[in-house]
Design a protein around this ligand. Structure first.
Ligand SMILES: [Zn+2]
Ligand SMILES: [Zn+2]
Length: 311
């Protein structure tokens, strides 16, 4: 039994609830919590100086994104549902729904990781589409869904696939989609609040995603929205520390060795642009080479050791 039963179908609620949750949750961050400077990952001054788009354009962008998502959602709903299906479905047990939700999280994560990473690797797509989201170098809650209009369409496909493959009912999906919004807003809120359990439960939190929004970290920490599995599997995980920032608040700092740029023969930019192979493929190549060398070395050793024994 849910409060909307008899008024709105679960399918329609699956579209409406995430939008309402977005504005209530992100609005609360924006209007109330963002004034708590001691928990911010960037100062307000930094937010003003580093961001490349004014607040009112961000709001317009978010509203366009939500309008598109609602249009896509309602179109799918109109084509796929029949009135007889509505409100009739038996709900599975709570553990069953939790298992379906975890499966849906894993599917959304896989979809978003590869789409997101490709958006960075393909220069055309980055320039024309995904760079819009990165105009917010210092993310803030109500700017979470600030994206190029192509992105909501892709995200909706990912969520739709997760919904279908997990086998969840539309009612479970209302909660799953709403939680997805809460988690994504948390990742963009730019704050680490001690009483908020979501970033404590998930290692992939506001600090983790803040690294991705920083200029030096934009080729790392692609994983969204729940876990960091794919960054770890694919070698794009950037370790970081959260330290106290001068003047109050926190700062997420990339854990890279001191740069000593003044002694380099080529700049880092040149290294990124001129090399024809990504870093993780180089590491894989070196490991394969060492494995081969070790195998050959041990084979020689075994053969020669064996012949000594015989003589
Ligand atoms: Zn990105
Ligand atoms: Zn982001």
């Amino acid at each position: 039994m849910v409060f909307w039963e008899g008024y709105v179908s679960d399918e329609a609620m699956g579209i409406i609830a995430p939008m309402v949750v977005y504005w209530v949750y992100a609005g609360f961050y924006q209007l109330v919590l963002s004034s708590l400077d001691e928990y911010r990952l960037h100062s307000r001054k930094e937010e003003d100086e580093k961001n490349l788009v004014p607040f009112h354009s961000v709001m317009k962008g978010v509203l366009i994104q939500q309008l598109l998502q609602a249009t896509i959602g309602f179109s799918i709903f109109l084509f796929t549902s029949t009135p007889a299906q509505q409100q009739q479905q038996q709900q599975p047990s709570i553990p069953h729904q939790l298992a379906q939700t975890i499966l849906a999280m894993l599917i959304v994560d896989a979809w978003q990781y590869f789409v997101h990473r490709y958006m960075h690797q393909n220069k055309f797509l980055y320039r024309k589409v995904h760079s819009q989201h990165h105009r917010l170098v210092v993310p803030y809650a109500v700017g979470t869904l600030y994206n190029h209009p192509v992105e909501p369409a892709l995200d909706t496909v990912g969520s739709g696939v997760a919904f279908l493959l997990s086998g969840m009912t539309p009612r479970t999906a209302v909660f799953f989609f709403s939680f997805h919004v809460v988690k994504t807003v948390d990742d963009h809120c730019g704050m680490l609040l001690p009483w908020n359990l979501v970033p404590r439960v998930f290692y992939n939190n506001a600090a983790y995603h803040d690294i991705h929004h920083q200029l030096q970290g934009s080729k790392y920490n692609y994983s969204q929205a729940f876990f960091s599995i794919w960054d770890r599997v694919c070698g794009t995980h950037m370790p970081y520390v959260v330290v106290k920032r001068d003047g109050g608040g926190f700062e997420a700092r990339l854990l890279v060795l001191p740069s000593l740029d003044e002694y380099r023969l080529h700049s880092r930019k040149e290294e990124d642009e001129k090399n024809l192979v990504p870093f993780h493929s180089v590491v894989k190549g070196v490991l394969i080479q060492q494995l081969l060398q070790t195998t050959i070395g041990f084979s020689i050793f075994l053969v020669s050791f064996g012949s000594h024994e015989l003589s």
